[in-house]
Design a binder for this molecule. Structure first.
Ligand code: SF4
Length: 314
């Protein structure tokens, strides 16, 4: 559409500090970091794209902080470029996506026309290919690299998945919100740390959509929030079959209201099935050393348990 997209840099110490300066103390860490990314971009862009994420399945909404994010950014006190805050209100079949993009075009003062419609269709296809790669077990950064190389054919997907798997690895359900799990800075590179320890991290993004749908019917009442549901449904999926995972790690952001419930829920479900459970709470003071020590202790315990069970069977 002739518009250049400028991205903020990967999260770093400066971005975190700027975010802390711009937000109230009790905001959750992802919201603080988001504000830091805004500061990182503000002098390099004519507009800030901060969509108001309402729903993508026509049922659950995103947490209230997502809903208010464009307003929080707009009134943060910094001199900012205009904010494009179109609302994402789509259902599972994608209905609502076109009106979202029409509103984005309106705010950018450009015409959608045939070119715009074709761009939306292409973008949706790219998104599908990206989600497929995540399902195969690629973390987002790696999936993006595959897509950028235009190499996302089935053979490449299988090779990529194989690269990520080894038969003897411990398997751990790594649950949490994607913007925490996959941000190497705030998660202290948790995902890669597990891989280095020969542990296969299984995340909500690796649960097939039909399984998510099935798990969404298990509880008499689901959570109200999109990502909280994804974390709880994937915990049910990974725990439902004995041996599917050796342990569960829930990564929670300090100051997150929904997580107060999700964390307890996942803990109780893990206990019910006698699967070891660990909560890791991430905040602005989280040090790599602390995370590494807790991970090592947890993984050692999982290995000892597996060995013991193996001997018992032998
Ligand atoms: S779900 Fe939790 S971590 Fe995510 S934005 Fe809301 S309060 Fe913050």
């Amino acid at each position: 559409m002739g518009i250049k997209v400028v991205l903020s840099r990967p999260t770093n110490r400066d971005i975190l500090e700027w975010g802390i300066r711009e937000t109230v103390t009790d905001a959750c860490i992802p919201i603080k970091i988001f504000h830091g990314h805004v500061i990182d971009l503000k002098d390099r862009a004519d507009y800030l794209f901060v969509p108001r994420m309402v729903t993508v399945d026509g049922q659950a909404t995103f947490c209230p902080k997502f809903l208010g994010l464009p307003d929080m950014v707009r009134f943060s006190g910094e001199q900012l470029p205009p904010v494009i805050d179109s609302s994402v209100q789509a259902n599972r079949a994608g209905r609502g996506v076109f009106s979202f993009f029409r509103d984005v075009a309106r705010q950018l003062q450009i015409k959608m026309g045939f070119k715009g419609t074709a761009a939306v269709v292409r973008a949706c296809r790219k998104q599908e290919a990206y989600e497929q790669l995540l399902l195969q077990g690629l973390p987002p950064q790696q999936a993006m690299r595959f897509l950028e190389k235009k190499a996302a054919g089935p053979a490449v997907e299988q090779a990529a998945a194989a690269e990520n798997r080894s038969a003897d690895n411990l398997r751990v359900a790594l649950l949490g919100y994607p913007y925490v799990l996959y941000d190497p800075f705030i998660s202290a590179n948790l995902y890669q740390r597990l891989k280095k320890m020969d542990v296969e991290p299984l995340t909500p993004e690796q649960v097939p959509p039909r399984e998510m749908l099935r798990q969404s019917k298990v509880l008499p009442q689901n959570f109200f929030w999109h990502y909280s549901n994804r974390a709880s449904w994937s915990s049910l999926y990974y725990l439902e079959q004995s041996g599917r995972v050796d342990g569960v790690i829930h990564v929670t952001a300090f100051g997150c209201g929904p997580d107060a419930m999700v964390d307890k829920f996942v803990e109780l479900e893990s206990k019910k099935r006698e699967v070891p459970f660990l909560t890791l709470t991430i905040d602005e003071h989280t040090g790599e050393g602390g995370i590494q020590t807790r991970l090592e202790a947890f993984v050692d315990m999982l290995r000892a348990k597996k060995e013991h069970e193996g001997k018992g069977r032998g």
